[in-house]
Design a protein around this ligand. Sequence first.
Ligand code: ZN
Length: 155
Amino acid sequence: MSKTENKQVKIVAAIKDGTVIDRIPSDKLFKVASILHIEELSNQITVGNNLESQELGTKGIIKVSDKFFSDKDINKIALIAPNAKLNVIRDYVVVEKKTLKLPSVLEDIVKCVNPNCITNHEPMMTRFHVEDNHTLTLRCEYCERVMSGDEVKIL
Ligand SMILES: [Zn+2]
């Protein structure tokens, strides 16, 4: 085994219980880490980036021991890195492979860009309809504002 391969093996070493988010595009790695607030966790965390990937060229990976993310968190990951893979590990075995899929409605996940929107003035949950999965086009239920791509700000 070459030195590089050896390093790679160590980075992706197994965890006993927890969550592995794999195949994150390298340029999205820290954004995913940030929306999951992993900096606030005291769990054992491994973050790797710019790892060699046959499919993606390079990729990022996040492994968090003893942490199982909520569906809401998983939806947030789907917004940023829809093709990432999320595996739930129990006793060193992958017990669940979660597909990151955007739901048709996003509740309390995205901020409305319209400054006049009621959701920016009242203590209430935002609610967006996903109009297009690929271009990430969302429509606010309250003000009908449509936003897409970089306009989308995650709460
Ligand atoms: Zn709005």
